[in-house]
Design a protein around this ligand. Structure first.
Ligand SMILES: [Zn+2]
Ligand SMILES: [Zn+2]
Length: 208
């Protein structure tokens, strides 16, 4: 049997329900959220550091809100006043709910940016030989490093070629392999970290 008016407020009830769209009980759970972001590269700390568009950030935050019954189809987030308006769909009806949304953005520096600022490097790729190909190769190497979250910390131009200081020895080798460049590798002990020897690699590439 369907009730015509809401038992709580007396407005028109939803079909086959005893409540109107405003009074229909929906449980909404959301814990306070802290979002750490890097003030240099503007990435957010999720499982790993990630760049998020406004839409992606919103989707991520909506994902933290649990509603029952129904699903959140859209939301307006008001960071300043710590409030959110949720649009929830449930069995042919759409519900609008206002909630307190305690979110704090915390400025920090990500590992990549702090290493970069400190001039960190693990490997030196030395390009030697055909200088005409250097600009192209440099661009390629840089692009491939950045794509994987690594970076070039320094470039030194020398009479005999260029030295590219990179933040990852493992990735530097992978990149050279992928580019089909053969190299001579040497390593130098750089120091100890948690009892392990840390080496810096020099990868000497002869460009044909
Ligand atoms: Zn009502
Ligand atoms: Zn950063």
């Amino acid at each position: 049997m369907s009730s015509l008016i809401c038992v709580k407020c007396g407005k028109k009830a939803i079909k086959n329900e005893i409540f109107c769209v405003d009074c229909f009980p929906i449980s909404i759970k959301v814990k306070p959220i802290k979002m750490f972001f890097c003030s240099r590269c503007r990435r957010y700390r999720l499982k790993e550091w990630k760049a998020l568009s406004k839409e992606e950030l919103k989707d991520h935050l909506i994902g933290k809100i649990k509603v029952n019954p129904g699903v959140i189809v859209d939301a307006e987030l008001d960071f300043k006043n710590k409030k959110a308006t949720l649009f929830i769909a449930h069995s042919d009806n759409e519900f609008k709910r206002e909630i307190n949304f305690d979110i704090e953005f915390v400025r920090t520096i990500c590992t990549r940016c702090s290493k970069k600022a400190g001039g960190y490097f693990e490997a030196i790729i030395q390009l030697r030989g055909n200088k005409e190909k250097f600009p192209y190769l440099f661009k390629k190497i840089e692009k491939m490093l950045v794509k994987k979250g690594e970076f070039i910390s320094k470039v030194e131009e020398r009479k005999e070629g260029i030295d590219i200081f990179t933040s990852s020895s493992k990735l530097s080798r992978e990149i050279l392999n992928e580019l089909g460049l053969s190299y001579k590798m040497s390593r130098k002990l750089h120091g100890l970290k948690e009892g392990k020897r840390i080496y810096r690699l020099t990868l000497a590439v002869r460009v044909e």
